[in-house]
Design a protein around this ligand. Structure first.
Ligand SMILES: [Zn+2]
Length: 270
């Protein structure tokens, strides 16, 4: 591929990554709130309580607004990364600081997309790995914030991995992908129950089993052990660091999902 074409492809991938990253921010912020609201409604209706009417909340509505002053953000202030730089990280209305996480997620998604474009070129494979990367990034942030790994993101990603392997769009044989999904789920499920049986505590959640099943579907069963080992070592080191710096209270757990995702990104790069 000529060098010029590479640069065009890289810029297109980076721009698309910034736009998708901006949507990842919306998903990370709104999806847990949407789920919590649904659960509250279900629980109220199961108990026969009247569900109070509430304004609609989904990924598209209401329009983005400043969490501090609630002012709607104008379209020209929602340009990924650029608006943050122009506004110097402050709300255009009340000048309240905007979290650094928004541009960080946008630029991370752009980097993932550029990496996929460089590695797989303009192919269906590149598109699939971009989807995996963006959804994994959203899952890591949601799990870090809320200790939730929503099925609505994990399960379609698992199916996409299996289907991609079946048509040969990812370099994993269908058999390795199916076994990866099954062993990924049952390995953590077994660890969970052994740990619970010995210590009486729950070391992780069912979302972690599904996430590892998903990574097994995308990378094959042979990558499961390296992914779990890497995630466990990284998780333990971060846990110790947070405890030593008093940012984690006694008995307070840290989510495992972000570390599984981190190991998944390393698997994507090798
Ligand atoms: Zn504001």
């Amino acid at each position: 591929m000529p060098l010029e074409l590479d640069w065009v492809l890289l810029s297109l991938a980076g721009t698309l990554g910034l736009v998708v990253g901006s949507f990842v921010n919306v998903v990370v912020y709104r999806l847990p709130r949407m789920l919590e609201r649904d659960w509250a409604h279900e629980s109220a209706s199961l108990q026969g309580n009247e569900v109070p009417p509430a304004p609609p909340l989904n990924l598209l509505f209401p329009r983005s607004h400043c969490p501090q002053c609630k002012a709607c953000i104008r379209w020209y202030n929602t340009i990924p990364l650029l608006s943050f730089i122009v506004l110097r990280g402050k709300c255009a209305h009340c000048h309240h600081a905007i979290g650094l996480r928004y541009p960080a997620i946008e630029s991370s998604t752009a980097l993932i997309f550029m990496f996929c474009a460089l590695r797989w070129g303009l192919t269906p494979s590149a598109g699939l790995w971009c989807i995996l990367g963006a959804v994994l990034l959203a899952l890591a942030c949601i799990d870090w914030d809320t200790h939730l790994l929503p099925d609505v993101l994990v399960l379609p990603l698992l199916w996409l991995g299996l289907l991609s392997a079946s048509v040969g769009w990812i370099p994993v044989a269908l058999e390795a992908s199916v076994w990866g999904a099954a062993l990924g789920y049952f390995s953590l499920w077994s660890v969970f129950w052994c740990f619970k049986w010995i210590s009486g505590k729950e070391g992780m959640g069912y979302g972690d089993f599904k996430l590892l099943a998903c990574l097994g579907a995308w990378f094959g069963w042979s990558m499961l052990l390296p992914i779990v080992l890497l995630a466990s070592v990284a998780g333990s080191l971060v846990g110790i660091a947070l405890k030593l710096s008093h940012r984690l209270g006694p008995g307070e757990p840290i989510p495992f999902g972000p570390f599984l995702v981190g190991a998944g990104f390393i698997a994507m790069g090798i």
